[in-house]
Design a protein around this ligand. Structure first.
Ligand code: SF4
Ligand code: SF4
Length: 545
């Protein structure tokens, strides 16, 4: 079979089967079974491997999978609206990925996930392990976003923004530039080894490795300062873990985008497996209009193909040749389809050339196809309860996330009582309690903290180790009315925490014996003395018998 020859005859048989299935589903709809729930349960899209036998035939499925893995796909290049969208997403996602680690904010790398120090720096924010709630919210929003977009338009993420798709696009672009388009690549692979073939292959792999290396380097640049990494890479002084992740990520990019390609989508990606529960008959998916296209076949332009009993599909197989996962969309919706729209672009070009209306393959819903709905009607069906619920939940979660971030305090104080010593009598008729204060500065500036306490008359505060105190603020500069006579101050460096032993004293006659509620009042001040934040933390003061 020549590289560009039409698809084998089995296609026709399968297409007939699809037509029959479609007709059956259509009959069900017209027979009054077209309630949304009935439709969802009775005519769910046949998400199954191309040509696969029932699941019980395991050996056949395995054989099919092995055959698929061995068969290299030579994707034909395609132009058109959806190809342009893909290009736009490739550019956009890669611009963000490669540029962000080089941005700076407050003199520090703007986005840095410092796993060693257990701190995430994100555009002036410092997140600690205690801030895991933000990550949880972000993951929930992402998951809901995936549900929402899948309910609306199937595997939109896979086709346009998934890293596997994006890097495969980049690698295939390099492949086309070095080896030529589909036919040239097939001929090159079939040709015996020669100097030219070696040169072309080496050039392609060298360029692939440059992209893979750049990707690996950028990836670890999110976890270690990228400028220092750059110098370390140039001088070959990476640490062992840096080498490991650099090589691992580079190799993974090279292998996945250069060799595995569609196999990742078909056999490794879990999303492909569970998406079938997220789509319904109103989801927009790439669909071949069987009623219009069949029976397919070659025809002369001069004769009326309808008179010959032919449909609009000329059986050119170009839609199969441009498919990155190598499937024939005319056999019905399959779980390997990543919704990239390449076959839509390709078929539209064919239709344009032979002066047929476009849209033989198009983004539409199963209901739209069966009930022959207009584009407006299909769009109207997109706003269904599932989509509205996902959208409302997303809105709520995003609002919570934004509010939580906006009102997030940059100073945290935890008070731990010294359990080894409750209250003890000291000189001058005073009672002393000891505490440990853990203070966390989650801002990008150093803070001077004034430590006070309130809750008992005559309560005073001092550090167990007076040498830790700094004296940048005078007590009267604090605008709080707390019952202390002086406020010890301590400096906490930017994005750091400090644990200090603090001693509270109160006159013996300030309260009866027993436990008394008190509050530590910690005031954060910038080095210029500007009071910015006050944190009250509850504790207790023990007055002994
Ligand atoms: S590109 Fe269009 S006309 Fe050609 S085989 Fe595919 S569906 Fe038929
Ligand atoms: S069938 Fe069409 S939309 Fe689906 S993966 Fe292949 S080219 Fe992309």
């Amino acid at each position: 079979m020549s590289p560009d020859s039409p698809v084998p005859a089995v296609v026709s048989a399968n297409a007939t089967a699809t037509t029959t299935a479609t007709t059956t589903a259509k009959a069900s709809l017209s027979a009054g079974l077209a309630t949304p729930s009935a439709l969802a349960s009775t005519s769910a899209p046949p998400w199954r491997p191309l040509g696969a036998k029932p699941a019980t035939d395991v050996s056949h499925a395995v054989e099919q999978a092995i055959q698929d893995v061995r068969q290299k796909i030579y994707m034909r290049s395609v132009t058109g609206m959806f190809a342009r969208w893909r290009l736009l997403f490739v550019g956009f996602t890669q611009l963000i990925f490669y540029a962000v680690p080089w941005l700076t904010c407050n003199g520090r790398q703007a986005v840095l996930f410092d796993l060693g120090a257990r701190k995430f720096y994100i555009f002036g924010m410092v997140l600690w392990p205690q801030d895991v709630i933000y990550l949880t919210l972000l993951l929930l929003i992402s998951a809901l976003g995936l549900f929402l977009f899948t309910a609306i338009a199937g595997r939109l993420f896979c086709g346009y923004a998934c890293p596997q798709t994006v890097y495969t696009e980049i690698f295939m672009w390099i492949e086309r530039r070095t080896e030529g388009d589909r036919v040239a690549r097939i001929r090159l692979d079939e040709a015996p080894w020669s100097f030219r073939k070696l040169r072309v292959k080496v050039s392609k792999h060298a360029l692939w490795l440059v992209v893979a290396g750049l990707t690996g380097f950028t990836f670890i640049g999110y976890f270690a300062p990228i400028r220092e990494l750059g110098q370390a890479l140039l001088s070959f002084t990476f640490g062992p873990w840096q080498w490991f992740w650099f090589l691992f990520y580079s190799f993974a990019t090279w292998g996945n985008a250069g060799f595995l390609r569609e196999q990742v989508c078909k056999y490794m990606c879990p999303y492909a497996r569970f998406q079938s529960v997220m789509v319904d008959p109103d989801t927009l998916v790439v669909t071949y209009d069987t009623a219009r296209g069949e029976p397919r076949g070659a025809r002369s332009r001069k004769v009326d193909h309808y008179a010959q009993g032919l449909g609009d599909c000329v059986d050119c197989s170009i839609c199969v040749q441009v498919c990155p996962t190598g499937i024939d969309i005319r056999q019905g919706l399959q779980y390997m389809c990543i919704g990239c729209g390449a076959c839509v672009d390709a078929c539209n070009q064919v239709m344009e050339k032979i002066a047929y209306p476009q849209g033989l393959i198009r983004y539409t819903s199963e209901r739209g196809m069966l009930e022959k709905l207009s584009v407006q009607q299909v769009r109207k069906h997109l706003l269904r309860p599932r989509v509205l619920i996902y959208s409302a939940l997303m809105l709520v979660l995003v609002s919570i996330f934004v509010t939580a971030l906006a009102t997030r305090t940059t100073l945290r104080v935890d008070v731990i009582r010294d359990r080894g010593m409750l209250g003890r009598a000291v000189a001058d008729g005073m009672i002393e309690n000891v505490y440990r204060l853990q203070m966390m500065n989650a801002s990008e500036h150093s803070l001077v903290l004034s430590i006070g306490a309130e809750g008992l008359p005559g309560l005073s505060v001092k550090f167990a180790d007076p040498s830790v105190a700094v004296l940048r603020l005078k007590p009267e500069e604090n605008n709080r009315n707390i019952s202390i006579t002086d406020l010890p101050q301590v400096e906490i460096a930017a994005a750091s925490n400090r644990v200090l032993a603090v001693v509270l004293r109160a006159p013996r006659d300030a309260a009866k014996p027993g436990s008394h509620p008190i509050h530590f009042v910690t005031t954060s001040s910038a080095p210029d003395g500007h009071v910015s934040l006050t944190v009250r933390e509850a504790s207790s003061f023990i007055m002994p018998q």
